[in-house]
Design a protein around this ligand. Structure first.
Ligand code: DOR
Ligand code: ZN
Length: 348
């Protein structure tokens, strides 16, 4: 079976900086066109000049055989953001979105918010300029069970915010539960990115047969029932669900220590993982909507005119399962098994 789709976009990716940026950017740039670049560097990106400088570093690090790579820059929602600077950055086209992290929820989130309602003035700039707020929806209340944290955040923070600012476009990032799908169902202003790993795995894969740091991410991969709800939404063709890989590399030294860092590196084989999920769901005809057209429409751009072919065929090759950065850090690649079932060709 062969299917051709417009070159996909990745509406949520962590490209990091320095040696890690150099090592990972090619995986994204050779497969994806638009890439919504997360701002959670060790020093969060909170002003336009830093975003522009980061974009320049990304472009300089991208390989010459990149498809038509267009990094889209985001600012990190914090009190450090100057609203005039934000507005100017949006108007000049440098800033495409703002990302809200709950403080302490995930990697480099210490500078995040403690309450969404603290940033209403910032959201008003977004609503006014037709710019989306990207939300990491995860409660940091230690009394809330780890598998209930997305639902708790939605209930306590996101539903009230959406009601207060119905004109604000919201992307619920890396939706991981039925509660997240229900939030999108109930709010016309909301859409959601879905990751390859949340579509392909459930929490027993993470925990049942030896604990798997390579599958540990935030929000954590949830129940099989939640996974099934994500697959149903993503494969439905509905316009409000689209691919955001949340590809997030961490060195094995940080993943396989006493406290695994959250993040799955899937830029290399995420597309094959998603193709597998759609194929198993009998929904391969809706793949292009999810990977290449829904997100583009949501962010107001045309789908790519260039196409990419996926051919289902057994690949008899030893595919890489790790890569190394120039400074010797090793990173595990997610999805190599799916990549043995699909060959991917970029068409002219
Ligand atoms: O698993 C995750 N890793 N989730 C996030 O929200 C951040 C990311 C990272 O930066 O490593
Ligand atoms: Zn992320």
């Amino acid at each position: 079976m062969t299917i051709e789709i417009p070159v996909p976009d990745d509406w949520h990716v962590h490209l990091r900086d320095d040696d890690m940026l150099d090592a990972v950017v090619g995986y994204t740039a050779r497969r994806f066109r638009y890439a919504m670049v997360m701002p959670n560097l060790a020093a969060p990106i909170t002003d336009v000049a830093d975003a522009e400088a980061y974009r320049d570093r990304i472009v300089a690090a991208a390989p010459d055989d990149a498809v038509d790579f267009r990094p889209q820059m985001t600012l990190y929602c914090s009190s450090a953001v100057d609203l005039a600077d934000l507005r100017a950055g949006i108007e000049s086209g440098v800033i495409r979105a703002v990302k809200y992290y709950p403080a302490g929820a995930t990697t480099n989130s210490a500078a995040g918010g403690t309450a969404m309602a603290d940033f209403i003035d910032l959201y008003e700039v977004l609503a006014d300029t037709d710019t989306r707020l990207l939300v990491h929806a995860e409660s940091t209340d230690p009394s809330v069970d780890i598998f209930a944290r997305e639902a708790a955040f939605i209930e306590r923070e996101l539903i009230p915010l959406a009601a207060r600012l119905p004109e604000l476009g919201i992307t619920l990032e890396h939706v991981s539960t039925k509660a997240g799908i229900a939030f999108v169902d109930d709010h016309e202003q909301a859409g959601a990115t879905v990751t390859p790993h949340h579509l392909a795995k459930e929490r027993s894969d993470l925990l049942a047969d030896g604990m798997r740091p390579d599958l540990y991410c935030k929000p954590v991969i949830n129940s099989a029932e939640d996974r099934d709800a994500l697959v149903a939404a993503a494969t439905s063709g509905r316009a409000d669900f689209f691919l955001g890989t949340d590809s997030a590399p961490h060195p094995t030294t940080a993943k396989y220590g006493p406290k695994a860092k959250a993040g799955v590196f899937n830029a290399a084989y995420g597309l094959e993982v998603v193709a597998d999920v759609f194929d198993r769901a009998g929904a391969i005809d809706n793949l292009a909507a999810f990977t290449s057209t829904n997100g583009a429409a949501c962010y107001g751009v045309e789908p790519s005119e260039r196409r990419l072919r996926l051919e289902k065929s057994d690949i008899d090759a030893d595919l890489a399962t790790t890569f190394s950065t120039a400074n010797g850090d090793e990173v595990v690649l997610f999805g190599a098994d799916a990549a043995t079932r699909w060959s991917v060709t970029l068409l002219d």
